[in-house]
Design a protein around this ligand. Structure first.
Ligand code: FAQ
Length: 318
């Protein structure tokens, strides 16, 4: 293709983005647009799959049948979101095996939040309320993203995340209204999950290398700091209404900006966790790699069955 042809394709592409048209898998797109989407979407998929681990650990220990059913459904949804997002990412020309290889070798990231341990039942409340709450804020914005399969996946996923957030808030509410020990458990979970939840939105805008280009391409519709602020403004009144305290001495309502000012995030901790040195990084990767290895026979059996079917069809056709 000549340079002039590429330039005209690029101009048409930019015009489509400006008109808020969705880009579909078979449409022409700049190579960098494709690669950036593979990066973000596959990391999003990995987050959903690794994100099943902290809660999966509590399914057998849920305190009642009702809680167990709800938690089981939630964790299954997360598996579904991961698979849905892997399929959407495959439309960009990467295979699922390649994505798993990138996760298992440490080349691809997944959300920092899932490298923290879930040590009490109250953590199930905090994860649903805060982690899913943060995920929804991020994902509602992504419903308007420019790549069609990603935007459509987000619409469905957000509906399910909304149930996840409510089940978490309800667990926290019940504990906060319970015995002093139960209320202390809820507060302790909030204390441990608050700051890692704020880190989910990524580095500050001026330290986020991908934001400027991703905003131009309408991959991101809001910046990391905008989404983080929205999360704080939404969550602080929810904590207050159930009598819990956000663990931030610098948290203060700012009348002028009509939002909360909040304290500085520990960015050293954030980067340590992102680089693989969080409390559970090794444990999470070990669990995923061993699930992959133990599932080899299932993949082999499915392939052998498909080959047999194909042979049968070919014989019938003769
Ligand atoms: N953890 O330039 P930016 C969920 C990396 S789903 C780890 O700002 P970007 C559901 C980033 O990848 C949660 N790494 O990057 C659920 C980049 O590295 P790279 C997942 C992080 O992409 C709930 C570098 O830092 N959600 O929770 C993190 O423009 C409960 C520089 O950062 C999504 O993935 C982090 N927190 O913005 C499941 C949403 N933050 O790739 C189970 C889609 C940043 O250049 C239970 N993703 N990094 O090597 C996004 O919206 C964006 O990718 C951001 C980061 C906002 C996460």
């Amino acid at each position: 293709m000549s340079e002039a042809q590429i330039k005209s394709l690029e101009e048409e592409f930019e015009a489509r983005i400006a008109r808020d048209e969705k880009i579909e898998p078979k449409d022409w797109m700049p190579e960098k647009y494709r690669k950036t989407h593979i990066r973000q979407m596959s990391q999003h998929a990995h987050s959903e799959i690794v994100g099943m681990l902290p809660e999966g650990n509590w399914i057998t220990r849920a305190p009642s049948l009702r809680r167990k059913v709800a938690l089981l459904a939630k964790v299954q949804d997360e598996g579904g979101h991961g698979l849905y997002l892997y399929s959407a990412t495959e439309t960009l020309g990467i295979t699922r095996d390649e994505m798993f290889e990138q996760l298992h070798s440490g080349k691809a990231k997944y959300s920092s939040i899932f490298n923290y341990p879930a040590i009490t039942w109250a953590d199930m409340g905090a994860i649903g309320w805060l982690v899913d709450g943060a995920a929804i804020i991020n994902q509602v914005a992504l419903c308007g993203t420019s790549f069609g399969p990603y935007a459509r996946a987000m619409v469905r996923i957000c509906k399910e995340e909304s149930f996840h957030q409510r089940q978490g808030y309800e667990i926290t509410l019940k504990l906060a209204q319970g015995t002093p020990e139960q209320k202390a458990m809820a507060q302790d979970a909030l204390d441990r999950w608050w700051w890692p939840s704020l880190m989910m939105f990524g580095p500050k805008d001026d330290e986020s290398p991908n934001t400027v280009q991703s905003m131009k391409w309408k991959l991101k519709r809001k910046t990391n700091d905008e989404l983080r602020q929205q999360f704080v403004d939404q969550t602080v009144p929810q904590a207050e209404s159930i009598g819990l305290t956000i663990p931030d001495p610098d948290l203060k309502w700012n009348e002028e900006k009509q939002g909360y000012d909040f304290g500085e995030i520990d960015w050293d901790e954030f980067w340590q966790v992102v680089k693989g040195h969080g409390p559970c990084n090794k444990e999470r990767m070990k669990a995923r790699v061993s699930a992959w290895e133990n599932g080899q026979w299932v993949r082999d059996a499915a392939m052998a069955y498909a080959e047999k079917q194909q042979l049968r069809k070919e014989k019938q056709a003769v």
